[in-house]
Design a protein around this ligand. Sequence first.
Ligand SMILES: Cc1noc(C)c1-c1cc(NS(=O)(=O)c2ccccc2)cc(C(=O)O)c1
Length: 130
Amino acid sequence: EEQEEDVLRELRLFLRNLTERLMLDRRFKAFTKPVDIEEVPDYLIVIQKPMDLSTLLSNIDEHKYVTVNEFMSDAYLIWQNALEYNPDRDPEDRHIRHRACALKDTMRTIIRHELDKDFQRVCEEIRESR
Ligand SMILES: Cc1noc(C)c1-c1cc(NS(=O)(=O)c2ccccc2)cc(C(=O)O)c1
């Protein structure tokens, strides 16, 4: 239905803008592209579902997300994967975990402040109707 497509187009605009703002933040550079398997050869042994900000953008353009929660479960993989692959006390692991937590908190805060609750509910109803 035309009105539903208007709602989903607006959701994609919001999610693209959010993702692009995160990609511009220097703290999140390591999360902008898939982890390079040449640089980190055992990454895919440890991490089953890799995720990064550029992949989120592609998913948005492929109309993968009908609700914010679907987007957030993929986005959370960036944070969860970073904690899982970098669990140790050494400064490098602590630094990437700190940046991953900042990414998650920034994303959640932007969504809470900038996405209308009624708009989110309309997206959920579209998801339930399909
Ligand atoms: C993410 C991630 N999860 O586990 C690890 C470990 C990282 C991670 C991976 C890399 N190197 S990389 O070649 O895969 C890359 C460079 C630039 C953008 C995206 C990926 C660098 C860093 C870093 O902290 O600079 C961190």
